[in-house]
Design a protein around this ligand. Structure first.
Ligand code: GLV
Ligand code: MN
Ligand code: MN
Length: 412
C-alpha cells in the first residue's frame, strides 16, 4: 500500500493553518474557534477520502470504510487534532491525517477487508482547557460521565457540559458515547514519539509496549504572609519555601521509584502575593506524575504524603492535596506489537520497541479494546512546542505500515 507524501503534507499543512502562527507554532485548544475549523476540515477530508462521517455527543469524529461483513466489530485507528498552547503540527495530527490517508489508500486500492475500518478524531486529548485530557476517549471508557462534564471547567468557569450544549451537542446523551468490551475489535494509533529515542537510535518507526499514565494533583500550601525584612528566618512560615522543599522531595522519590519510567513534574506554581519583599503566604501548584506502573505511583504518593506531613510540622504550614485524575497505564497487546514489528522487519524499516511517556487516547480505548501504537521520530526529541517536527516522509511511511496492519486485523 503506497501512501503519497504529498497527501500527508497537504493534510498536515492545511490543519496547521487553523490556529497556526509563523514562529509561534499551533494553538488549537479544544472547542476554540480554530479547533472548530479544524474539526470541520477533518470531516471534509474524511468525506473526500471516501469515508462515511459521523460524530457522537462529545464530538468524537468517525470516518468509516464499511467492511464486507459490517456486523463484525470494527477496527479503529486515529488520534486527536487539539493542541497545547504554542504546540506543534504533528502531536495528534500525524495520527489523524495518517489514519485518513491509510483508509483512503485501502479504499482506492479496493483492498478486501471483512471488518469495517474507522478513522477516529478523538475530542480534546490535551488537558489545556478543562484540566483533564482525553475528553472524548475518556467518555468512551465511561470515566467521564455527565457529573464530571458539569464539574470540569475552563479558566472562565464554563463547564464542559455547557460548552458542549452551546455547540449543539446532545450532551445529555453522553452515556451513548460509552463503549463496552467487544464493541471494537482492535485499535491502532499512530503518533509522534515526543522524545529522542527513535532519532538517537536511527529508527524510523517505534512499536509501543506500554503507555505511561498520568496522575494529576492540585496542592495548596498555606503559610503566613509577612515582611521579608522584619520577619526572622526562625519566625517565618514561608509557603513558597515549603513548596520548594516538596518539589525536591518529589524529584527524589520519583528518581528512587522502583519503576524506571516514573516521572514527576511541578509545572504550574501560583504564588500569593508574588511580590519581591513579601514572604509568600499561599501557594497553589500542580503535580504531574507519570508511570507505567500504578503500584509504583501509589508508593510515591504514600511517601510524598508522609514527607508533606513532616514539612507541615517543621515549617508551620498547612498542605492540602486534591486528586484531579489518576489514570491507569495500559499495555499494548503483544500480538499487535508483533504484527507491527513483523511488518517493519519484512519491509526492512529500522524500528525499536519503546514505552510511551506521554499519554494518549489509546490509554482509554484500551479499557474496552485491544490497542497498539506506532511511533514516528520527533526531530531533536522535542514536542509541545513550535519546533516540534517529524518528516512528512516518516508520517507517510508510518501510514503505510498502519494500513498494512489494519488490513490484517480487519480480515481476522
Ligand atoms: C499529552 O499530550 C501528554 O501530556 O502526555
Ligand atoms: Mn500532546
Ligand atoms: Mn498527542
Amino acid at each position: 500500500m503506497k501512501i503519497a507524501v504529498d497527501r500527508v503534507r497537504e493534510g498536515l499543512e492545511d490543519l496547521a493553518r487553523f490556529g497556526g502562527t509563523p514562529g509561534e507554532g499551533v494553538s488549537r485548544l479544544v472547542f476554540s474557534p480554530a479547533d472548530l475549523l479544524g474539526r470541520a476540515y477533518v470531516k471534509e477530508r474524511m468525506k473526500g477520502a471516501g469515508l462515511n462521517v459521523s460524530e457522537d455527543a462529545i464530538g468524537n469524529i468517525f470516518g468509516t470504510l464499511p467492511g464486507t461483513e459490517p456486523e463484525l466489530a470494527p477496527v479503529w485507528t486515529g488520534s486527536h487534532i487539539d493542541t497545547v498552547l504554542r504546540g506543534g503540527r504533528f502531536d495528534g495530527m500525524a495520527g489523524t491525517i495518517g489514519a485518513i490517508e491509510a483508509l483512503r489508500a485501502i479504499g482506492e486500492a479496493g483492498a478486501p477487508h471483512r471488518r469495517t475500518l474507522t478513522a477516529v478524531a478523538y475530542t480534546g486529548e490535551e488537558p489545556s482547557v478543562f484540566g483533564i485530557g482525553c475528553l472524548g476517549s475518556r467518555a468512551m471508557a465511561g470515566v467521564l460521565d455527565l457529573e464530571t462534564a458539569k464539574a470540569v471547567k475552563n479558566e472562565a468557569g464554563k463547564s464542559l457540559y455547557d460548552t458542549l450544549a452551546e455547540l449543539g451537542y446532545d450532551v445529555d446523551r453522553l452515556d451513548a458515547v460509552r463503549r463496552k468490551p467487544g464493541d471494537v475489535y482492535a485499535a491502532i494509533e499512530m503518533h509522534i514519539e515526543q522524545g529522542p529515542k527513535l532519532e538517537r537510535s536511527g529508527c524510523r518507526l517505534g512499536v509501543v509496549t506500554d503507555i505511561s499514565a498520568p496522575a494529576y494533583f492540585n496542592v495548596w500550601v498555606e503559610g503566613l504572609q509577612s515582611h521579608a525584612g522584619g520577619t526572622s528566618m526562625a519566625d517565618r512560615r514561608d509557603a513558597f519555601a515549603a513548596t520548594a522543599e516538596i518539589s525536591m522531595v518529589l524529584e527524589r522519590l520519583v528518581k528512587e521509584a522502583k519503576s524506571v519510567y516514573a516521572t514527576g513534574t511541578i509545572g504550574r506554581v501560583d504564588v500569593t502575593p508574588n511580590a519581591l519583599n513579601v514572604i509568600p503566604g499561599r501557594v497553589h501548584f500542580t503535580i504531574d506524575i507519570r508511570n507505567t506502573s500504578d503500584g509504583s505511583t501509589g508508593e510515591i504518593l504514600a511517601a510524598l504524603s508522609e514527607e508533606m506531613k513532616r514539612i507541615e510540622r517543621e515549617r508551620g504550614v498547612k498542605v492540602r492535596m486534591q486528586t484531579i485524575n489518576r489514570d491507569l497505564p495500559v499495555h499494548c497487546e503483544d500480538g499487535m506489537q508483533d504484527l507491527l514489528a513483523g511488518i517493519c522487519e519484512r519491509r526492512g524499516i529500522p524500528f525499536k520497541r519503546l514505552i510511551s511517556g506521554a499519554f494518549h487516547d489509546s490509554m482509554f480505548v484500551g479499557a474496552f479494546a485491544p490497542i497498539s501504537m506506532l511511533f514516528l521520530p520527533s526531530r531533536d526529541g522535542v514536542s509541545h512546542c513550535p519546533e516540534e517536527w517529524t518528516s512528512y516522509e516518516d508520517v507517510a511511511l508510518g501510514a503505510e505500515v498502519l494500513a498494512e496492519a489494519l488490513l490484517v486485523k480487519a480480515n481476522e
